[in-house]
Design a protein around this ligand. Sequence first.
Ligand code: SDX
Length: 429
Amino acid sequence: MAEKVEVKIDGKTLEFPVIVGTEGEKAFDIAKLRSQSGYITLDPGFSNTGSCTSAITYLDGDKGILRYRGIPIEQLAEKSTFVETSYLLIHGRLPNHDELEAFSHAYNEHSMLHEDMINFFQAYPSTAHPMAILSAMVCALSAYYPEFTNERPTPQEIDRIAIQLLSKVRTICAFSYKKSIGEPFVYPRYDLSYVPNFLNMMFSSPTRPYKIVDEVSRALVVLFILHADHEQNCSTSTVRLVGSSHANLYASISAGICALWGPLHGGANQAVIEMLEMVQKDGGNVEKYIAKAKDKNSNFRLMGFGHRVYKNFDPRAKIIKKCADDLLNKLGVHDPLLDLAKKMEEAALKDPYFVERKLYPNVDFYSGIIYRAIGIPLNMFPVMFAIGRLPGWIAHWKEMIQDPATKIGRPFQIYTGEPKRDYVPIGKR
Ligand code: SDX
């Protein structure tokens, strides 16, 4: 393996060291490019640019591989829990029995919000998007837990903030739903584990006890596990960039939530259902919408399809599709949107436009079907993604802040605006 690459610039030959990852991924380190040549690289969207090295998640887009700390997600989805997977991502290894007990106990201990924060919810209109509430409330946690906002927290302090966030975000999300439907908040219960506690806070009420169905809980655990991390995606890169200024973890996660909200990213699960509902309302004409997705003059995209990295099946989509089938069969639910989604997938995977561009269903294509079957409202879908992704964001923030090589992220640009010109007084313009 070459240990360096040579680049010829303006008659000079520059050498850059080669970095090789655990699975043979290669990069050359251009840290000295600008000082040695005056040149920078330009890569809008960072399709060819690595921002860091990381030991958290490995994915191979061509082979459809996704591993958390080396463990394939297929095994975690089948055998692990969301709390255990969160521990794996944040601490780098699976916990032993006592560690898992203590971690789970801490979740329940920190699941309440400061009672004063309840007032925040009263100020929101019932139509407020829950992602807006979530990002604001996560940042507001720094006001109620100021002891955790120092610039470079110790590993122990980071672990305590992590538990605060992992447990309280679930409560914030459930409270934002209750606010939107005008029902009283249901507080977390000590005797329930992570997902049943969330479901109970979401769907039970003083006059309507909620029956926790194991298959529903397990489907949500699998979804949260599959969403838990995905290396340097838009929102995780946002968390790392904001954290690189030494902004505290609450502020960094709040920024990540905002980045995830976009329909090209975590908002896609909501956009997929909106798309399927539109197609269904228009008579279920799949061919018409496949044609629109291919038409450059229409700004219609097949939401839930395509991925910057996966040029084969998103391994998560395969698991979620089966999970959706199994849950709906178990619940005796028939969702016509699932049939429609399968028809759209089948039509797209036969179409040269999608085949040539290697556009396959991604994590968002089927997840909404499961959320609908559980009774999660449409505008809460991105919130579900955020709950799942939180341990990944925390793991990356921790890796970034603890890396002595981390510098504040500050990309350059190429200026293409006006050349130098003088100010013209208002009367002469
Ligand atoms: C997530 O990065 C991650 O890891 C993200 C994520 C995670 O876990 O964090 O996996 C979660 O965000 C999944 C993606 C959810 N978003 C969507 O489903 C929205 C629909 N998908 C597209 O907008 C798109 O595929 C992206 C945003 C996902 C990826 O965009 P890229 O890599 O910038 O690709 P591109 O826009 O340059 O597209 C390449 C070509 C273009 O056609 P040409 O110009 O070559 O003719 O493919 C076309 C695009 O027009 N294309 C699509 C399409 N996606 C890409 N055409 C129709 N429908 C689509 N969905």
